[in-house]
Design a binder for this molecule. Structure first.
Ligand SMILES: Nc1nc2c(ncn2[C@@H]2O[C@H](COP(=O)(O)OP(=O)(O)OP(=O)(O)O)[C@@H](O)[C@H]2O)c(=O)[nH]1
Ligand SMILES: [Mg+2]
Ligand SMILES: [Zn+2]
Ligand SMILES: [Zn+2]
Length: 236
């Protein structure tokens, strides 16, 4: 997180962010929308996963995307090809989305569409394994991606992301034969951080694990996890 040299400032920042996250969640709940916050380090495969997911689910489920990137609308343009509303948010110098930026996005969505028509909003966060995990944006569940190429030790070195995730996708499984990496070791390191997280190894290239991912997404439509991660962070 930013400005960790001053713990009090950090707590204040998170408190202010939490008020905005609660505001956003109230909107989502009022409109009957489930919001999933998709997070990972840069390039782990968030946008490709969303492309596969929109391809599969956007005919049955009414979906919108809030796409966060520091600059450019490159990812937003990729997702617009699937005929869903994609609200692009450029964060400038900030390496995560905060609840105020996402509020801007959902107010735009509500202005341009009837928000009650939507079932599901995906937020693609800025590629970063650290602060997106701490800045709640009003989501009902957090999804973290870790690509198989990133190393077995990442859950231990970047614990907050793995502690906070409700679902962890281990991505790019098609690359596993080319790497000296032990999937079971990754899984046991994740379990050390978070014994209850749903873990799904996937490949957007071969389709491995995607059906299980689609089922998990569908299960969130009726029974969202709605964990209040922030309270846990502050009280600990
Ligand atoms: N081999 C393989 N490559 C993948 C897979 N998923 C994504 N990629 C590749 O990984 C690169 C990054 O994918 P993106 O989906 O753009 O990653 P991202 O997490 O959205 O990246 P940022 O938004 O920049 O953080 C692209 O070249 C993808 O084609 C996969 O399952 N297998
Ligand atoms: Mg992306
Ligand atoms: Zn940041
Ligand atoms: Zn509002």
């Amino acid at each position: 997180m930013h400005q960790t040299f001053d713990a009090a400032l950090g707590i204040n920042l998170l408190h202010a962010n939490q008020a905005g996250a609660d505001h956003n969640r109230e909107h989502f709940d009022e409109w009957g929308i489930t919001c999933l916050n998709i997070m990972s380090s840069p390039g782990a495969g968030k946008t490709v996963l969303l492309e596969r997911t929109l391809e599969k689910l956007s005919h049955e489920v009414k979906i919108a995307v809030i796409e966060g990137d520091m600059t450019t609308e490159l990812d937003a343009e990729r997702l617009r090809q699937y005929d869903v509303p994609v609200i692009a948010i450029n964060t400038g110098r900030s390496c995560h989305l905060d609840s105020k930026m996402v509020a801007g996005g959902i107010h735009r969505l509500a202005h341009e569409y009837n928000p009650s028509d939507f079932d599901l909003v995906f937020v693609e966060n800025v590629g970063n394994l650290v602060c997106p995990a701490e800045f709640e944006v009003g989501e009902h569940a957090k999804v973290a991606l870790l690509s198989i190429a990133e190393g077995e030790d990442k859950p231990l070195k970047y614990p907050v992301m793995f502690q906070e995730a409700d679902c962890l996708l281990i991505t790019k499984m098609d690359l596993a034969p080319y790497l000296e990496i032990d999937l079971n070791r990754i899984i046991s390191n994740v379990r050390q951080m978070n014994p209850t997280v749903t873990i799904i190894p996937v490949s957007a290239k071969t389709g491995e694990g995607l059906d299980e991912w689609f089922s998990w997404v569908s299960s969130q439509l009726n029974h969202p996890a709605t964990t209040h991660h922030y309270s846990r962070l502050v009280s600990n």
